[in-house]
Design a protein around this ligand. Structure first.
Ligand code: SAM
Length: 310
């Protein structure tokens, strides 16, 4: 998706459940307040908030991918011009009550959403190198203006660090063999520089029986690399430790995660912090109709909590 095209192919996941839960505390409130959408992406959840919220409330959309915000600004031009939508290029892990304060015009935050990971726009863009189904440079950064690409990381990581990273972040049982294959290719000057080349190297590395399963042999390795390159778990930890402290009492935080490493953290926080009360004990998942329309919703788990004390 080019930054100059205002369209999006991303379909918001669990939109109605999220909008109903986050908008409700603001419906009867006369004083203006904000919902902070920490992962603006295609702006799908943000536009639904703007539609359902009484006009005096607004949304602050945050994304580390500036292109997503530029496209959103064009699509939601009227709300942006009218001040009901603010857009902030930042990593949500850098937000806390202090860094958010200058953007709030003195109003409280009564909703926080984080729909983790990457958007379909980013997945479909071969230049980002997120999908092994599309040939592209091995980059994987959600914000290409900072940090090292996946290729740069593979160029310098030790075999042990690679294996540990693929095991921990991808929960990949063949991590040692995959790391060995990568390091051997590197020693021969044949380190894969593209997504498809890395995917076929991983396929060669995993034992025959593990190939041809329900998921592609490279899925877990790509997940691990993407999480590592974007420091996604650190971002989530900071969201849970700091960002949601910006939520006023009675406000709600909603987090959609896509793998167990993330969901475990969210569950632990919402269950153990006495300042929060779980909205539902079990995570909310997509129903059959949504799964049929949007296969990306398959692994999504939504947890919502209400801030009950300061
Ligand atoms: C799943 S998409 C969000 C889609 C959005 N809810 C919608 O319905 O259109 C995730 C978005 O979050 C952004 N993102 C991921 N990690 C981030 C972080 N730590 N800080 C800010 N934005 C982040 C990605 O760049 C991506 O645009």
């Amino acid at each position: 998706m080019s930054d100059s095209s205002p369209t999006t192919v991303h379909v918001p996941i669990l939109r109605d459940a999220i909008v109903d839960a986050l908008v409700e505390p603001l419906l009867a409130r006369k004083e203006p307040a904000w919902i902070v959408d920490c992962t603006f992406g295609g702006g799908g959840h943000t536009s639904a908030f703007l539609e359902k919220l009484p006009k005096h409330h607004g949304v602050i959309g945050v994304d580390r991918d500036e292109g997503a915000l530029i496209r959103g600004k064009t699509r939601l031009a009227a709300d942006f011009a009218g001040g009901r939508l603010k857009l902030l290029h930042a990593r949500f892990g850098d937000l806390d009550p202090e860094t958010l304060a200058p953007h709030l015009d003195g109003r409280p935050v009564l909703g926080i959403l984080a729909d983790l990971g990457f958007s379909s726009d980013q997945l479909e863009d071969p230049e980002r190198g997120i999908s092994f189904l599309r040939e592209g440079p091995l980059d994987m950064r959600l914000d290409r203006s900072e940090g090292e690409s996946a290729y740069e990381y593979l160029r310098s990581a030790s075999e042990k660090n690679l294996a540990d990273m693929i095991y921990e972040l991808g929960e990949e049982h063949h991590s040692r063999r995959i790391a060995r294959f990568i390091v051997e290719a590197r020693a021969k000057g044949e380190l894969p520089a593209t997504t498809t080349a890395l995917a076929s190297l991983v396929e060669r590395a995993v034992p025959g029986a593990a190939r041809g399963g329900r998921i592609h042999a490279a899925t877990r390795t790509f997940q691990a690399l993407r999480i590592h390159v974007n420091q996604e778990l650190r971002e989530l930890d900071q969201l849970l430790d700091r960002v949601i402290l910006g939520l006023a009492v009675t406000g709600r935080a909603a987090i959609i995660s896509f793998h167990s490493l993330e969901d475990r953290r969210v569950k632990q926080k919402f269950r153990s912090d006495p300042a929060f009360e779980e909205f539902t004990r079990k995570p909310i998942e997509a129903d059959e109709a949504e799964l049929a329309a949007n296969p990306r919703a398959r692994s999504a788990k939504l947890r919502i909590a209400t801030r009950i004390s300061g």
